[in-house]
Design a protein around this ligand. Structure first.
Ligand SMILES: [Zn+2]
Length: 180
């Protein structure tokens, strides 16, 4: 399974927003230990910094990891295209930002592939990932944003503050750690 672009998606386009339809599985939820759901949850969710698992109701859950991904999670809670994505190109993510509680082994098409992603990767790579996110945010106001209406007002406000005044950028570290 994977997700493939059907049209050109320019760098700076928001590609995912945690919307109101997402399935939210809090720590301690009995489904986490239920054999009927456990495997699905482990395969298709990401985890927020409170330990809550998020299962996308739409195609977002099928996006694969690539060590040279073309979209990336941001400290604003949405994902963004970090380079131009062409039609028929697979849309990929950085799983190092998904807070997995145990490392997963995988192989992507990129060389060198890290071969393993874990919740600790963010501590090692956040500077690089923040640079990639900032590079994409520079284009935020220049491209169509079909998902903009799904952004919560607080997020939009905080994003505008960064884009207009270069203030209080929200690092990808906020995906793992509280910011206070
Ligand atoms: Zn890889």
């Amino acid at each position: 399974m994977g997700i493939v672009a059907t049209r050109h998606i320019p760098k700076g386009t928001v590609t995912y927003v945690k919307d109101e339809m997402e399935i939210v599985i809090a720590p301690g939820d009995p489904r986490l230990e239920d054999p009927n759901y456990k495997n699905i949850i482990e395969t298709y969710t990401y985890t927020d910094r409170d330990g809550t698992r998020i299962l996308s109701w739409d195609h977002a859950k099928y996006v694969n990891h690539c060590c040279q991904c073309n979209t990336m999670s941001t400290g604003y809670g949405f994902e963004i295209a970090i380079r131009d994505i062409e039609p028929k190109e697979e849309i990929t993510d950085e799983y190092g930002l998904f807070n997995f509680d145990k490392p997963i082994e995988l192989e992507c098409e990129f060389t060198p592939c890290r071969k393993k992603v874990s919740g600790q990767d963010i501590d090692k790579y956040y500077r690089q990932w923040d640079e990639q996110v900032k590079g994409a945010l520079n284009f935020y106001n220049q491209v169509d944003q079909p998902l903009a209406s799904y952004l919560k007002s607080g997020v939009k406000q905080s994003l505008d503050e960064y884009l207009e005044q270069d203030k209080n950028y929200r690092s990808v570290l906020e995906l793992k750690y509280p910011n206070d």
